[in-house]
Every structure is written in structure tokens, then in C-alpha cells.
Write a protein that binds this ligand. Sequence first.
Ligand SMILES: [Cu+2]
Length: 129
Amino acid sequence: MTRIVLAVLLVAMLAGCAGTITGEASAPAAPGGPQRVQLEASNFKFSPNEVKVALGQPVEVSVTNTSSTTHNITVLNPQGNRLASADLPAGATRIVTFTPTAAGRYKFYCDKFGHSTLGMSGQFVAEAK
Ligand SMILES: [Cu+2]
């Protein structure tokens, strides 16, 4: 029994690692709690840059800027309206939250001039469970 639990944990851990390497991830959600996502902002990308999230449950995004330049994270809904935005001073971690209320792609990007063009963008993909 213990062995089965360990095997399941190992698979979950491997899946998590694989997600980070490929630039994709899913947000783990505690029952009834927010879905927590960790992103790293650097020159000039977000990692991971694609994260699956569940519909109708708040998403708490913790972004750490590991570069020595100020960045930003801005989250848009599928219609292109701004849901959340925060500047990220060099070395700082900031949390932004939003709730995906409709299935679709929620783009996120850095609003500093030219940064999204250089690759500082990604998306949250909200799908019904
Ligand atoms: Cu930036």
C-alpha cells in the first residue's frame, strides 16, 4: 500500500518536472482553495509560459523576477480585457490573482516597452474539468 502511494507521488513529481522543462504546467488546487501557479520572469521570458487552469476557481499567480531589470505581469481575459497587472521590481516576487469565468486563453505578458515582442508573454488555458 505504501509502495503504491510512493509510486503515485513519484509520478506526480516527475510530471511536475516535465511540465517545467517543456514550458507547460498545470495549477495544483487544494480543495476549495485557490489554484497556485509559480512563474519566473527573466530577460525576456516567463517560465513556464503555458499553464492549464480550472474554470471558476481563483488563480493565485506568484511571479518572481530573477533578472536585474524591472518587469511586469498583466493578465487579460479571452476578450482582451485586463484582469490583473503588477510591476515586478528586480529580484522581487509579486502575487496577482484572477478567476477564469469562461473557457479560453488568458494571455499574460510584460507591459514594459518591447518586452512582449521579445518573448515576454504566455497564456493560462482555462478548461472545464
Ligand atoms: Cu519585461
